[in-house]
Design a protein around this ligand. Structure first.
Ligand code: GTP
Ligand code: SPV
Ligand code: MN
Length: 611
């Protein structure tokens, strides 16, 4: 039974039913009874069934579930992700493109009858708080209970979403997902931005199938945002409360698996905590940003949960993320400690469990298994490097009191970053918004396990949005510049950080995690005009004495801090030469219209370095 009178929704769902031919259709109202029933169904599947979810230790992890995806289906697949705008030039050089007519024709046979013998679940959901002027509605049809249960955590799911849409509007994103045969050869993640439509097939993993996340809230939304005068970005949102001062909010865009969840939930070092500094999480992955009535830029988190990287998460590195996973969470591709049926991943505890199940499902002796080396000489891991937890934001001990504020929070600073072993200093500030936009366009980072392919290779990832910009990257940069014009002197200040600089021995030079507070502190003071800086060829850098090292003097010597704050002219000349090559060869020569102002910045920095 449909849950809405909206004829646009009902007509589209009828079409999807006619195409996929499910045995039955269930509209997801979001009620506890309905969800409990789905949990019973999916946990009752026989052991080893590829769709099965497992219940975990009810005392230690109440309401938590565990799932293993197929070994060839463990991350986003960028080479199988398409932006199907009518004109190829509107997809631009950073996207795979196919004519939408051709793509529909290609995929329709794959979906034809694909749900025979299966149930279709119709999921209404809101991205953003119910009632927020910035929120948007999506409907996803899927044949996966895993998707339903994850969408329940990641979005405001169920009948409530239709309240936002109303009975007549056609403004909703249509998402069609089928796990089909989970055949990697026919795996497609396709966005049709001009149709508000997403078609995903032959995957059952995370970002490929939770269509509200990357597909809608970034790829489709970035296109909508350009047309409607706002921004959809791959950014965390955090609030920093300092004693006796108003809470300041910042956004940070780092590529996948480069530290957004960690920064968003940061616990300040002891010295700061004692003085009363606190960090509050508004979002850990996606921000929708729009100028507010006072002319400042406001941000909401369109999501309701965290789909976070598990390995590396522990009491010390990210206490708040770990705490968020302790009830009503779903774990995907982590390992199990069979002694008490709890999830485990690398670095959760020092020693792997002896009686373990590794992420593909084999029962192993943990320490013995992890002592083995793979073909590249790396230790085997019990959990997949891109294993994840799906956790409700409301579990997070430091969730912001503004999390559900329909108007969002005002943003003081935008921070870019990535994994850079060399060249990029710990932190620097742009000269102005245009230079900040250039800095965003110049983000490059060593690749991680979040997408399939080689790990550790330096690649350009402008604004941490390379896999997520739903249109031409040149037009996207132009949109950033336009937003700067609109915001004028109320625009957030723009910074770049690098937690990942390495010394000659390959060790990280900066302790990172909670100690990143020391950098945030400088950033906020810069926004408030309360601290000076050194003007360099590439931007404003902190004076060494303005980075507070109290409590980490043993870890970061003055010489090391100098190294972290160094602008190496030779390396930067290479960096600029590479940027010119990137602009010319990878973007302009392939149909990206680079705004002249960005070439202007490139010229200026190059001239500065040659002075
Ligand atoms: P996505 O969910 O893929 O968008 O990732 P993310 O940007 O939220 O990354 P996340 O915070 O999950 O961190 C990914 C990995 O980076 C984890 O293994 C972290 O332990 C590690 N990491 C995060 N912050 C730091 C840091 O400040 N320093 C170092 N050295 N590692 C960090
Ligand atoms: C990312 O890869 O940036 C993620 C995980 O946040 S996924 O939802 O799979 O895209
Ligand atoms: Mn992400």
């Amino acid at each position: 039974m449909s849950l809405t009178k909206n004829p646009n929704v009902n007509k589209w769902v009828e079409e999807m039913i006619a195409l996929c031919k499910p045995d039955s259709v269930v509209w997801i109202d979001g009620s506890k009874e309905q969800l409990d029933q789905l949990v019973e169904e999916v946990t009752s599947l026989p052991d080893g069934h590829p769709d099965k979810l497992y219940k975990l230790n009810e005392e230690k992890y109440p309401g938590c579930l565990y799932h293993r995806t197929r070994p060839n289906d463990v991350a986003r697949v960028e080479d199988r992700t398409f932006i199907c705008s009518r004109r190829e030039e509107d997809a631009g050089p950073t996207n795979n493109w196919m004519d939408p007519k051709e793509m529909y024709a290609k995929l329709t046979p794959l979906y034809d009858g694909v749900m025979k013998g299966r149930t279709m679940y119709v999921i209404p959901y809101s991205m953003g708080p119910i009632g927020s002027p910035l929120a948007k509605v999506g409907v996803e049809v899927t044949d996966s209970i895993y998707v339903v249960l994850n969408m329940n955590i990641m979005t405001r799911m169920g009948t409530q979403a239709f309240e936002n849409l109303g009975d007549v509007s056609n403004d909703f994103v249509r998402g069609l997902h089928s796990k089909a045969d989970v055949d990697p050869e026919n795996r497609y993640i396709v966005q049709f931005p001009e149709d508000n439509t997403i078609w995903s097939i032959n995957s059952a993993y995370g970002g490929n199938v939770l269509l509200g996340k990357k597909c809608f809230a970034l790829r489709i939304a970035s296109y909508q945002a350009k047309n409607e005068g706002w921004m959809a970005e791959h950014m965390l949102i955090l609030g920093l409360k300092r004693p006796g001062e108003e809470t300041r909010y910042v956004c940070a865009a780092f590529p996948s698996a480069c530290g957004k969840t960690n920064l968003a939930m940061l616990i300040p070092p002891e010295g700061y905590r004692k003085k009363g500094y606190e960090v509050f999480t508004v979002g850990d992955d996606i921000a929708w940003l729009k100028p507010g009535p006072d002319g400042r830029l406001y941000a909401i988190n369109p999501e309701a949960g965290f789909f976070g990287v598990a390995p590396g998460t522990n009491e010390k590195s990210n206490y708040n993320a770990l705490a968020s996973t302790k009830k009503n969470a779903i774990f995907t591709n982590v390992a199990l400690d069979n002694s008490d049926n709890t999830p485990w991943w690398e670095s959760l505890t020092k020693e792997p469990p002896v009686d373990a199940t590794e992420w593909k499902g084999a029962k192993v002796n943990g320490p013995e298994y992890c002592a083995q080396l793979d073909a590249n000489g790396k230790h085997l891991t019990l959990a997949h490097p891109n294993s994840r937890f799906t956790a409700p934001a409301e579990n997070c001990p430091c969730i912001s009191p503004e999390f559900n504020n329909p108007n969002g929070v005002p943003i003081s600073a935008i921070i870019f970053g990535g994994r850079r072993a060399s060249t990029t200093p710990l932190v620097y500030q742009s000269f102005d918004w245009t230079h900040g936009t250039y800095m965003g366009s110049a983000v490059s980072s060593e690749t991680t396990a979040a997408a399939t392919g080689a790990v550790g290779v330096l690649r350009h990832d402008p604004m941490a949005m390379k896999p997520f910009i739903g249109y031409n990257v040149g037009d996207y940069w132009a949109h950033w510049l336009e937003m700067g014009e609109i915001l004028g002197d109320k625009a957030p200040k723009i910074f770049n950080v690098n937690w990942f600089k390495k010394d000659a021995e390959g060790h990280f030079m900066w302790p990172g995690f909670g100690d990143n507070m020391r950098v945030l502190d400088w950033i906020i003071k810069r926004c408030e005009g309360k601290v000076g800086a050194n003007e360099t060829a590439i931007g404003f850098l902190p004076k060494a004495e303005d980075i507070n090292l109290e409590g980490i003097e043993d870890e970061v010597s003055p010489a090391q801090l100098d190294e972290l704050l160094k602008v190496d002219t030779d390396l930067w000349k290479k960096e600029i030469a590479e940027m010119r090559r990137y602009y010319n060869d990878d973007i302009a020569a392939k149909g990206g219209k680079i705004p002249a102002a960005l070439y202007g910045v490139l010229d200026k920095i190059e001239a500065n370095l040659n002075k």
